[in-house]
Design a protein. Structure first.
Length: 421
């Protein structure tokens, strides 16, 4: 299926040359669709998106949330796209699914290929097809060096793989500081790296937060919460590595003996394998002011973000954490571990929120207390996220395409949050 509605317009700046850009990704992703719509508006970039599967459009069982998910935001509107014919598609994303065919013929005539990731059969298929056609390849991922430990054998195999990959690609679009360090480590300091910050649609989330504020009282009433009391929010998959149990324990320490006033509520949005254990933990600790709200779809999240005073992501091995971007757009103070990928770029300890060592419950309780006592952190978070958005992405993408295709004029807008390598 192909949809050309809402694609790049036919008008462009005088003297400019359109770059035909193909983007290969496993499936429509709710976080990416707004950025793809924004890229499609660029008069000098002619974007076509190739999807390996449509499982996220059909609806699917999300293993992390543990529930059936069908996103309630538009995934396919506003950009040209095509679903590739499948050799294998089991309705999940992984090394061996989806596996598509027909990409080689479809890539003819494109000026560049952008591939989301590098470790699946489909991603390598795209990279090799573009290489065979002499088309430059750009790769993007959210990998970082602060990851799970690996054996010496696995690390050696990974080094060999990247030596091969280095010969097949022409540049990497990095999502943040830790991602830049990852690629510089494996591909070398002199390999072309272009900053394309991992961002959300800031304008949309800020507008939704403004609209949600009008019904804040209704949501408080739905949740049985008194007015005038702050709200600590967790919103993510209830998986072991998210360490929501640490937050529950820290919250119990925070409110013990009335150490803070007024007493905050703890709202937990999300579902998954840990929900039952978390509910038992709350009951055993006798915490009356914790609210479990279950999975909430994209269009519902702004109401909960607007409700929050502080947003907490206590996770381990978190590659980025885009929910932090969303919370910052709602003016929440942010509390994260030092194992959350977005932290170096978005949260400075004591400025936009607090940073604490992953797994340290006492430090988390102290961070919550400090954030509650510093309401200006939320405004600082909003100001910082305003400099980390889609316009910075467009500037980085243009610089990458100018470098690998030589068909765009040099980018002159000074909006990028960091220099390219």
């Amino acid at each position: 299926m192909t949809d050309v509605s809402g694609g790049a317009g036919s008008t462009m700046k005088a003297g400019g040359r359109r770059v035909r850009l193909a983007y290969l990704v496993s499936h429509p992703i709710q976080y990416q669709s707004p950025l793809l719509r924004r890229i499609a508006q660029e008069p000098e970039i002619d974007l076509t998106v190739f999807f390996g599967s449509d499982f996220s459009v059909r609806g699917y069982k999300d293993e992390g949330f543990g529930v059936e998910v069908k996103w309630d935001v538009p995934l396919l509107e506003g950009f040209r796209h095509e679903f590739l014919p499948a050799l294998r598609d089991n309705g999940t994303e992984g090394v061996f699914s989806p596996i598509s065919y027909g990409l080689l013929s479809r890539l003819r005539g494109f000026d560049a290929l952008w591939v989301h990731g590098y470790s699946t059969i489909n991603q390598m298929h795209g990279i090799l097809a573009a290489k065979a056609l002499g088309i430059p390849v750009l790769v993007r991922s959210d990998s970082q060096l602060k990851d799970r430990p690996r054996s010496g054998v696995k690390l050696a195999a990974k080094k060999l793989f990247f030596e091969l990959l280095r010969k097949l690609i022409d540049g990497v679009m990095v999502s943040g500081t830790l991602n830049r360090e990852y690629w510089a480590h494996y591909l070398g300091e002199n390999f072309p790296l272009f900053m394309l910050p991992y961002a959300v649609d800031n304008a949309w989330f800020q507008e939704q937060a403004r609209l949600a504020s009008a019904t804040r009282g209704e949501l408080r009433a739905e949740l049985g919460m008194e007015t005038g009391r702050p709200v600590i929010l967790f919103a993510s998959k209830l998986q072991t590595r998210k360490l929501c149990s640490d937050l529950v324990s820290a919250y119990a320490k925070l409110i013990a003996g009335g150490a803070v006033s007024p007493l905050p509520y703890l709202v937990i949005v999300g579902d998954g394998e840990e929900r039952g254990a978390l509910e038992r933990q709350v009951a055993e600790l006798g915490l009356a002011d914790v609210r479990f709200c279950g999975f909430r779809n994209q269009s519902e999240m702004p109401r909960y973000l607007d409700l929050a005073t502080i947003f907490v992501l206590p996770a381990r091995h978190e590659p980025w954490g885009l929910i932090v971007n969303e919370a910052m757009n709602a003016g929440c103070a942010i509390v994260v571990t030092d194992d959350v990928g977005c932290q170096p770029d978005l949260v400075t300890d004591g400025v936009e929120g607090c940073v604490y060592p992953v797994g340290d419950v006492d430090a988390l309780a102290a961070a919550l207390k400090r954030a509650l006592a510093t309401p200006e952190m939320g405004q600082r978070a909003l100001e910082r996220i305003d400099r980390w958005g889609f316009e910075e992405d467009i500037a980085g993408l243009r610089r990458a395409l100018a470098r690998v295709t030589r068909k765009l004029p040099p980018e002159t807008r000074k909006v990028a949050p960091a220099e390219d390598a």
